[in-house]
Design a binder for this molecule. Structure first.
Ligand code: LER
Ligand code: MN
Length: 279
């Protein structure tokens, strides 16, 4: 298993001023760094790719859909734009040298239309991702779809729903991300849910139940690591924390106050904790 940390602890969106962080992340001993992606066109792609290569660090992406993009929308125009948006994310991922594009890509965070998921929405979502299948193959990018908790979506909340969604899409480069923060809310048993995914599991977000320092809360990380070893998971353990983007009050993570841990401690102490568990 490879170890990484997500940029969300430091930033809403990656800018050139964040490049110096890549050396620190490598210095702490991580294999990879995860880039938040909203509008792929706004990322300083060439400088980022150089930064990753110079530091011997792998890039992964977590995409959050911007306003006006929604693969399950009843509006056919919005759905068409959504396929184009996901294709642009795949292209930019490839330009960055990334092979993993994850995130809750089926709907914008906070899209809660006030009904249960319908068969039509399911079909629209499946068709959107089938529409980017060739692009994934062409660019060698895995799409790892992340179920999130009920305050962020009504559509895919649990690992089992994610697995069925991926099976319906039916592409070898499409799978599921499990985020232990969301799973702690939505699953009966996070460890069992992770184990049941088997080869459909492509990416892990390790996040405490309050998005704080790993090991300081209620998530059973030793159990999760045990389940991952049992299914021979060889992807990333990506530490995901949020906060500190004070200039972006609506940044993902929705932390209404700074967490009790700095981004640096979230990364380096989190890494030490995981290594102590044998990761
Ligand atoms: C993204 O990885 C995530 O976990 C979401 O909760 C962001 O809002
Ligand atoms: Mn996550």
């Amino acid at each position: 298993m490879k170890l990484g940390v997500s940029g969300f602890a430091w930033m809403g969106s990656f800018e050139e001023r964040h490049l110096e962080l890549l050396g620190k992340v490598r210095g702490w001993g991580f294999d990879g760094f995860e880039i938040p992606m909203f509008d792929p066109a706004k990322l300083p792609v060439a400088a980022m790719r150089r930064g990753f290569e110079e530091n011997g660090l792998e890039c992964t992406i977590c995409a959050i859909l911007p306003a006006g993009v929604n693969p399950i929308s009843p509006d056919a125009g919005v759905r068409k734009r959504s396929v184009e948006h996901v294709k642009a994310c795949v292209e930019t991922a490839a330009e960055l040298g990334a092979h993993l594009l994850g995130g809750p890509l089926y709907a914008p965070i906070g899209y809660l239309p006030g009904h249960r998921p319908t068969a039509e929405e399911w079909t629209r979502g499946v068709e959107c991702f089938q529409g980017v299948g060739e692009y994934l193959t062409q660019h060698d990018v895995t799409l790892s779809i992340e179920p999130v908790n009920r305050s962020e979506t009504f559509f895919l909340r649990r690992a089992e729903e994610g697995r069925r969604f991926c099976e319906a899409i039916g592409h070898p480069l499409v799978g599921v991300t499990i985020d232990t923060f969301h799973a702690h809310i939505e699953e009966k048993d996070t460890v069992a849910a992770v184990g049941a995914l088997g080869a459909t599991l492509r990416h892990m977000h390790l996040s405490e139940n309050d998005r704080g320092l790993l090991g300081s809360g209620q998530v059973d990380f030793p159990g999760v690591l045990g389940a991952l070893k049992q299914i021979e998971y060889d992807g990333y353990l990506m530490i995901e924390g949020f906060g500190y983007a004070a200039e972006e009050p609506t940044a993902p993570g929705w932390l209404w106050a700074d967490p009790a841990v700095s981004p640096e401690a979230m990364a380096s102490d989190g890494l030490a904790y995981l290594k102590g568990l044998g990761a």
